[in-house]
Write a protein that binds this ligand. Sequence first.
Ligand SMILES: Cc1cc2nc3c(=O)[nH]c(=O)nc-3n(C[C@H](O)[C@H](O)[C@H](O)COP(=O)(O)OP(=O)(O)OC[C@H]3O[C@@H](n4cnc5c(N)ncnc54)[C@H](O)[C@@H]3O)c2cc1C
Length: 429
Amino acid sequence: MQELRDTAGPRTVAVVGAGPSGLAVARALERAGHRVTVLEERDTVAGKCQSVHVDGRAYDLGGHICTNRYERVARLLTELDVETERTSRYRVLDGAGGAVRQSMAFLRDGGLQRYRALREREFPRIGEPGLAHSARALAAPVADWLAEHGLQSMADSFGTGYTAAGYGHLDDDIPALYFVKYAEMTGLLDPGPELLGHSGDFTVAGGFATLWRRVAEELKDVRCGVRVTSVERREDGVRVRTDSDPLDADDLVLAVAPDRILPVLDATDEERDLAARIRSNAYHTTLAAASGLPEDAFYFLAAHTASRERAGHCVSYHHRYEGSEVRTFYSYGRPEEVTALLREDIEALGGRLTEVHLQRAWAFMPHFGSADLAEGALDRLDALQGHHRTYYAGGLHAFELVECAVAHAQDLVRRHFPPVRIGEPSTGP
Ligand SMILES: Cc1cc2nc3c(=O)[nH]c(=O)nc-3n(C[C@H](O)[C@H](O)[C@H](O)COP(=O)(O)OP(=O)(O)OC[C@H]3O[C@@H](n4cnc5c(N)ncnc54)[C@H](O)[C@@H]3O)c2cc1C
């Protein structure tokens, strides 16, 4: 088996999941000369970066904001000639709709310098793809970690945006690793280059899903609406059975959260044990029309991001198009409560919910808890790469942001799938 893998001939690879991770893996594999089939259970690609249209305008239900740290995504956008535009400005509101000044004291009160020194000493690789390299140093619950290092002003500057974006409340026991990775990816901690001519954050004109459709269009074999029913990994290859044709391949890339694929996987004890430790946040997008609310910005609702006690209430909303009442609203909590609490929150802000177009519930941000990180859960996951012909991509390894997903996926291919040398014989079935 090992001998087969070390050849530089083309390999056949089954990729499960056509979100940014799976599509980035597939693109990198094909560019390296390998043969790829992508299997996606939904009817469309893009995963948590779906876009929908209402009255001819595109609304992003999930991932779409890119910062000046999004170099890999920017390269993809350039290669595929996808048009970008700047995103809305950010504003913070209190529960009654009044403006709140976001404290950026951290950038000026010496906190940033202390943070940089700490980063240099304890987690210098945090900006690199993946999370495992920094996990043990940042395993502590974020509130404890901030207090231990006198970095509370970092929470004042980044906590509202972090919670509004679905990563949990800072008074919950989320490990510092995720907060720090988020803060790094905002691009505010270090001056970065201008990307694609945008001095600030940017997105895809016409909806972020456009990018992923373009990636998929260039791939040779993407199958949507396919349910994987079993995965069998043997010495000589992988067999993926689906509700249509079975697929045989040399290797398997699971670009889905491991706990989601577990029921159909011939999982090892190690895979089962790790999957059982995965947590995620119940996070919802509601696309709805509302009148009487502040417009023309991405609004964070400070009263609901400050503490987990308010979980279920709307944490943010995005008003993207002038002259439209449609907004995307974001909330944690139980799906059955989301609309009722949203109506209440909109009224408290002085507005009125007039029509709900649709709602999406996400198992957002697959992650490990502090104890598991401290004991090396991400190292164990990394050690599984390549075992039983299986590779893993996605937010659990990379962090739940598009740039992180793409960077990790591309590096996975670079490390484990050498480019095919012209003239090498095929090793595929
Ligand atoms: C509301 C929201 C807002 C966000 N905002 C931002 C943002 O502004 N900027 C940013 O960078 N990121 C943002 N993100 C995060 C970003 O969307 C994710 O990091 C990114 O989509 C992760 O890509 P992925 O491919 O790893 O996973 P996913 O996007 O989750 O894709 C996984 C794919 O696998 C498929 N799948 C699952 N199980 C199976 C199975 N058994 N068989 C076949 N297919 C399967 C799924 O249908 C899905 O298509 C946001 C996410 C959400 C939900």
